[in-house]
Structures are given as C-alpha cells and as structure tokens.
Design a binder for this molecule. Structure first.
Ligand code: ATP
Length: 327
C-alpha cells in the first residue's frame, strides 16, 4: 500500500469580506493526497487558493471544515507534531538580512532544539549542499536573489523535516537561478525521500519539476496526474493563430466551429487556440476559412498539447487569461 505524506479532504475556507461585504471562498472542498517521496506541484493562477492550502497544512491557518493529515498527524488536533515534521519556505524571504547565512542557519537549528555544535555542523553541511559555502560569512543582504532563495530552502531543512512546503519558490528569480533551484529541489526528493509540496503559477516550473500535479481553480482541484499523463489525455494537436486584429464581434469562433476535425476553440483578444485531431489538416482548413472572410492572420503555430491546454480543457479558459482576470 502506498503511504501518503499528505492528505487533504474537503477543505473549505472563507475569508471575511471587506466592509461587511460577502466573504471570499478561497477553498471550496479541496481534496488531494501526496505519496511519500514525491514532488507534488499545486498549480493554479493567482488567487486560486494555493497559499491558503499551504497555510492550513502548515498549521498557520485553520480550515472552516475538512480534514488534513501531514505525515500522519492531524493539522487541527496535532499541531505541534505537524510543525515538528514539516519545513516551510514562505513566499517572502524568512532569513535575517543583517545576519550571515551561517548565523541564520545556526539560529534556526537552535530554535529547533539542536545543540550549538550539532546546529553548526548541520548549517555547514547545508551551506555546502546549496553551494553557499563561499557566502557563509557574509550578511544575507549582500546575497543575490538566487542565493537568498537557496538559503531560504536550506533554512526549511535544518531540522530534517519529512515534508517540505515551498510556496512559489522561484518567483522573481532570473532563469538561471530558477534552473539552479529546480535542480536542488529534484535532488531533495530523489535522494532523501523527502516529500515536497510546491505551489507555482509557472506552467513550465510545474512541467519540469513536479512528479505529480494537482491543478487548482477557484479553490478546488480540477485535475490530477503526472504532467505527461495529463497532457497525454488530450489527444491531437493544438493550433494557435494570432490574428492581426482582435476578434471584436466574436464571429471567428462560430466561423471555425463547424470545420471537421476541430474540437475546443477559445478566442482571447487576437489569439485563437483550437484543439484539433490533426494539425496538418486543420491548419489549411482554418486559414482557408479566415481568408474567405478576409480576416488577416499574423502567425500560426501547431504544437503538442501543453499544460496550458490541460488547464484550458478543465477550466474553459487559458492560464494567462485566468491570471489576468485576477490581476
Ligand atoms: N487574509 C485574507 N483575507 C481575505 N481574503 C484573502 C486572504 N488571503 C487570501 N484571500 C483571498 O483568497 C483567495 C485565495 O488566495 P490564495 O492566496 O490562497 O491564492 P493563491 O493561489 O496562493 O494566489 P497567489 O499565487 O497570488 O498567492 C484570493 O481570492 C485571495 O484574495
């Protein structure tokens, strides 16, 4: 039997609304589980409920209803035990910028009850592990964004947790620093049997890093599986057409909906995306139909389904549109 490091069942959380307005239902019956040693990506646009989920699982917030177990402990009834077995790396840096990397790690170890010598040797191991030995004696405020983030992750690991929570770990990092952190996280789960729950709103991050994905939308999990499995469920190709002008009167969708071999069509601004049986036959048909109505086309691409298509097929809107809705 697979044992689960994390189980959340039917979590509901409503925040009070501003000025006695209606409350915000951040979680609306969220249910998922994560086997031990797996990196689970909780993927969703801004405001989907990812941080609220993490706060409940790390005992920082309470659900209105529902249950959750972390490494077998109940987040409502066994909060101390839960805190003991988890590491939490919040969205915002948790280190003291005026202290050195070494000092931050030793202090964290001491807070977790390690002796000074054990905390120091653990700190030195983690600095080495996260390629921060050279920076160990420098104040954290002098670190690059990538170095600060690696230190944040190291801080979450000082007390050897069983489950590590990474809330939007690479937001604000440049592509190189992001790739470095991805490599570190992969090693954590692969070699050390740690279970990792990371939240992200980067489709590429979810695709590259997560063994398993749970896609969150409006406080619910709408799809679960491996990134490859979720994409493979969508047969056929994706055709994307950039129109020179936005489809102001909404006529383009109707024009293409009747063509053979074309399934879902979404038009957002001047970008049209269609899921099709075969890209090679759909492209000439789509372009022919647009040309007949004298609708000018800027560019066309055909691709295999991406996680964006997975999101689209479960929620009816593209990931980018969902992000913009919230922004
Ligand atoms: N303390 C709060 N009071 C009121 N509403 C809140 C509070 N915290 C979160 N919300 C709302 O709950 C919903 C879910 O927020 P949450 O932060 O969990 O989403 P998220 O998926 O983590 O988004 P992000 O990626 O932007 O952090 C949003 O509509 C948000 O505005």
């Amino acid at each position: 039997m697979v044992s689960h490091a994390l189980t959340a069942v039917d979590l509901v959380k409503t925040y009070p609304g501003a000025r006695r307005g209606p409350g915000v239902r951040a979680l609306d019956g969220l249910t998922f589980s994560v086997p031990e040693g797996v990196v689970l990506g909780l993927l969703g646009p801004n405001g989907a409920g990812k941080s609220t989920t993490v706060k409940i699982l790390t005992t920082l917030s309470r659900a209105d209803s529902g249950t959750a177990l972390v490494a077998g402990y109940d987040v409502n009834r066994e909060q101390d035990q839960v805190r003991h077995v988890i590491g939490y790396v919040p969205q915002k840096a948790s280190s003291d910028p005026m202290a050195t990397g070494l000092e931050n790690l030793v202090l964290s170890g001491r807070i977790h009850g390690l002796s000074r010598s054990t905390a120091t040797s653990r700190a030195r191991d983690l600095l080495e592990r996260f390629s921060l030995t050279e920076q160990a004696a420098r104040q954290v405020k002098t670190y690059s964004g990538g170095q600060q983030r690696r230190l944040d992750v190291a801080l979450g690991l000082v007390h050897r947790p069983k489950v590590l929570f990474l809330d939007e770990p690479t937001t604000g990092l440049d592509p190189e620093a992001r790739a470095d952190l991805w490599a570190e996280v992969r090693l954590l789960a692969g070699g050390e049997g740690l279970t990792v729950l990371l939240t992200t709103h980067y489709l590429e991050e979810a695709d590259r890093l997560a063994d398993q994905l749970a896609i969150v939308d409006h406080g619910k999990i709408v799809a679960e599986g491996t990134p490859e499995g979720l994409k493979a469920e969508l047969r056929g190709d994706t055709v994307q057409v950039e129109l020179v002008e936005a489809d102001a009167d909404g006529s383009v969708r109707g024009l293409l909906a009747g063509l053979p071999g074309i399934r879902e069509i979404v038009v957002e601004g001047n970008v049209l995306r269609a899921r099709v049986d075969r890209g090679a036959t759909a492209v000439p048909a789509v372009l022919g139909a647009l040309e007949e109505k004298a609708i000018p086309v800027g560019a066309v691409t055909v691709s295999r389904p991406s996680l964006d298509d997975v999101y689209l097929s479960y929620t009816g809107r593209s990931f980018q549109a969902a992000e913009e809705q919230v922004a």
